[in-house]
Design a protein around this ligand. Structure first.
Ligand SMILES: Cc1cc2nc3c(=O)[nH]c(=O)nc-3n(C[C@H](O)[C@H](O)[C@H](O)COP(=O)(O)OP(=O)(O)OC[C@H]3O[C@@H](n4cnc5c(N)ncnc54)[C@H](O)[C@@H]3O)c2cc1C
Length: 554
């Protein structure tokens, strides 16, 4: 049951307490409460998702994301890699978490990403072959809203049909634009080959975009995993407006701290929710490390400096953050014929119709200075997204090729600045702190120009909106550093490593190293950012994480 008022909550003692009703947290709550003998409480700091039209209607995305009502309203620290700029860093503040306000792009990443996770964690359960069933378990492949013929636009064999999260191809047609993209894969097949399905584990090439949309509506962890028949389970309680501050009720068991309670703020009062079996932190890559550090779990010297006594010395908490730097610089004036524009419904949400992934060439200057950060030869360095409009600006008379480095070398962090558990954390995605990522973006700029050099674009697009042709190398680098923005795909701040490793925050079973009664299940455990937008991986990791919890308590 969903509770808005704590006075209605029947009690504060549960088997499991999940902190954060976001993308991953609701999966965990759903799967654990499948057993009617088990009681589960979800503490969500934010608001209800009920009736939030801008979240339900995909087209309203550009209104939703900047809406301060549904956001934690964070900004990053000043980042040297972005010439000292601080930028907004969106995190959702309502049930469903970022799945309820993200760009809905559905991508899983490269098989090599997951095989690297298996190697780093020493657990083959995280390999591509073993994690794929969890992607399928969370997914319900759905017909697009316009019911168009989707043959040749995806591979039905690699999609789930019974999961809570709807995934579909675009439900609107930008027919001429779409034909041009596909025609480019024919005119420049070596550089931009067509890939039937970007989610096969082999994402290289240009594919039709898939989104977490069903029947024209956004599908989220709240609409899917907390659908009425789940949220009405008597053993599942979800409390809104409940912001966790820290872990309490710490006892010693077998020489290890055992965590038994979560302190949270509701209104102006503090409460404690008790978990007899486990606490699961699912507060996302910003919230989770913050709660850990508030609780004295982190780097001893940093905690000491803030006057927080150390319960567990885990120096990796909040460190090793990785994210995709993103550039929306490459825009061209729209096509000349006004009649063509009038033919197509202006229903794109400004995210695009196709997605492409590519590698840097072997002779790239990036490899002269840096070892290849990608997880393997079939994994991309760059993502290109193709949008008939401005990125995030539906209806604009532009064409945009968005560029992101999906195998970044830069690393950042999420740290606390105060012993006040409610003070905003210091978010540093570390964008462009490594020159590798600048070199990769430069190559992306060249690739975008090459894409529109295919003959099919002749007469279709006009001038580029930012004339980069006359820029020196230094000027282009300056422009990149001045315009790069966030993808919001932060991971790694409570990273998974092998059992016994001297770094990392959680073991391969997602339990916090050296602790009892405490797990982390959200994207903060993903050790390195995958070559993908990260919601699908949040679902898949949470599905397996829930299975691991069930196994140890069965
Ligand atoms: C603007 C934006 C666009 C994006 N676009 C895409 C996209 O198109 N495709 C894609 O795949 N990915 C996208 N992502 C990334 C993706 O959505 C996230 O990586 C993923 O949803 C994170 O899941 P999570 O469960 O780790 O965290 P979240 O979904 O953020 O869940 C964390 C939850 O915990 C709650 N919480 C935090 N702190 C506390 C606390 N102290 N107490 C109680 N509750 C707390 C939060 O309110 C939130 O509900 C985007 C992200 C953003 C922000």
């Amino acid at each position: 049951k969903l509770y808005e008022d704590i006075a209605d909550l029947p009690g504060l003692h549960y088997d499991f307490v999940v902190v954060g009703g976001g993308t991953a947290g609701n999966v965990v709550a759903n799967r654990l409460s499948e057993d009617p003998k088990v009681s589960v409480l979800v503490l969500e700091a934010g608001l209800s998702n009920e009736g939030v039209l801008s979240s339900q209607v995909p087209f309203l995305l550009s209104e939703l994301i900047p809406d301060s009502t549904y956001s934690w309203n964070y900004t990053t620290i000043d980042m040297p890699g972005l010439n000292g700029r601080s930028i907004p860093y969106f995190r959702a503040f309502f049930l469903g978490g970022c799945s309820a306000h993200n760009g809905m792009v559905y991508t899983r990443g490269a098989a090599d990403d997951f095989n690297r996770y298996a190697t780093l964690s020493g657990d083959s359960g995280w390999s591509w072959n073993n994690i794929l069933p969890y992607f399928l378990k969370s997914e319900k492949w759905s017909a697009p809203a316009d019911q168009h013929d989707t043959q040749g636009q995806f591979n039905p064999q690699i999609h789930g049909t019974n999961g809570p999260i709807s995934v579909s191809l675009n439900g609107f047609s930008w027919s001429t634009f779409e034909q041009n993209i596909i025609q480019t894969t024919k005119q420049l097949p070596n550089d931009f080959p067509f890939n039937l399905d970007t989610n096969s584990g082999s994402p290289l090439g240009v594919s039709w975009l898939q989104s977490t949309i069903g029947g024209g509506e956004r599908s989220t962890s709240a609409t899917g995993y907390l659908a009425p028949h789940f949220i009405n389970r008597p053993n599942l309680h979800v409390l809104l407006h409940a912001q966790a501050s820290k872990l309490v009720n710490v006892t010693q068991k077998a020489g290890k701290p055992n965590f038994g309670g979560v302190e949270f703020r509701y209104g102006n009062s503090l409460y404690v929710a008790e978990a007899s079996k486990e606490i699961i932190l699912s507060a996302g890559p910003v919230g989770t490390p913050q709660i850990l550090m508030n609780s004295g779990i982190g780097d001893r010297s940093s905690l000491n400096a803030l006057g927080i006594s150390t319960v567990l010395d885990l120096p990796s908490v909040g460190k090793n953050a990785s994210d995709h730097p993103s550039l929306s610089l490459m825009q061209w004036e729209g096509w000349h014929s006004g009649t063509r524009r009038a033919q197509v419904p202006s229903l794109t949400r400004g995210v695009g119709t196709h997605i492409g992934f590519s590698r840097l060439p072997i002779n790239s200057p990036a490899f002269a200075a840096f070892a290849d950060p990608s997880p393997g030869p079939a994994a991309p360095h760059l993502e290109l997204t193709f949008t008939p409009g401005g990125f995030g600006m539906p209806g604009a008379n532009l064409m945009t090729i968005g560029i992101a480095v999906v195998s970044p070398m830069s690393r950042g962090s999420v740290m606390i600045s105060s012993s006040d558990p409610f003070a905003p954390p210091l978010i540093d995605p570390g964008y462009l702190s490594s020159e590798f990522d600048v070199l990769a973006l430069r190559h992306g700029v060249a690739q975008a120009q090459h894409f529109v050099s295919a003959p099919v674009w002749n007469g279709f697009i006009g001038a580029i909106t930012t004339d980069i042709a006359g820029l020196s190398e230094a000027e282009l680098e300056g422009l990149i550093r001045n315009t790069t923005g966030a993808s919001f795909h932060l991971v790694g701040t409570a990273g998974m490593s092998a059992r016994g490793a001297r770094y990392g925050v959680v073991d391969p079973d997602l339990r916090v190293k050296g602790a009892l009664g405490l797990s982390v299940i959200d994207v903060s455990v993903v050790p390195v950012v995958p070559a993908a937008h990260t919601a699908a991986i949040a679902y898949a990791f949470a599905e397996r994480g829930a299975d691991l919890i069930k196994q140890r308590w069965s």
